[in-house]
Write a protein that binds this ligand. Sequence first.
Ligand SMILES: Nc1ncnc2c1ncn2[C@@H]1O[C@H](COP(=O)(O)OP(=O)(O)O)[C@@H](O)[C@H]1O
Ligand SMILES: [Mg+2]
Length: 142
Amino acid sequence: MKDANHLKRYTYKIIANDFSLAGKGSSDIKKNLKILGIDPKVIRKVAIVSYEAEINMVIHSYGGELYCDIYENKIVIVSDDIGPGIEDVELALTEGYSTASSSVRELGFGAGMGLPNMKRWSDDFEINTQKNGTKIFMTVLI
Ligand SMILES: Nc1ncnc2c1ncn2[C@@H]1O[C@H](COP(=O)(O)OP(=O)(O)O)[C@@H](O)[C@H]1O
Ligand SMILES: [Mg+2]
């Protein structure tokens, strides 16, 4: 945020277990990036990583914030939650791995592809996780 090339930040509050709001933040980010005239290929990547990060906060955390920071040459999505943290990050990044409950799976979530896709579609991906929460930075170059 102290970077001189930082142009704009969008902030969304994410409520745990609120499936009526889930996806609102990432769809608003998508809309705003379109208005800014960002390349559709970049928007597509940002839409994927922000959606998966948002859903993960709804399902797996106690709540948090989703940020979209726009820089001259990149977009950084930050998910910052209070929650149980991720015990084994490498395992959590394995395709198909999920601790989602059966009730969450019935809603269509919990395929275990969120974190792998967040990593795949980011040009830079960084997770800081502890016993009281998780912060993830996903950079998409413009
Ligand atoms: N923000 C988070 N807080 C705590 N645990 C998380 C978080 N995000 C992901 N996880 C853990 O990593 C696992 C894999 O995440 P993901 O690939 O998105 O799969 P899914 O969300 O379908 O379970 C989750 O099942 C959960 O155990
Ligand atoms: Mg997920």
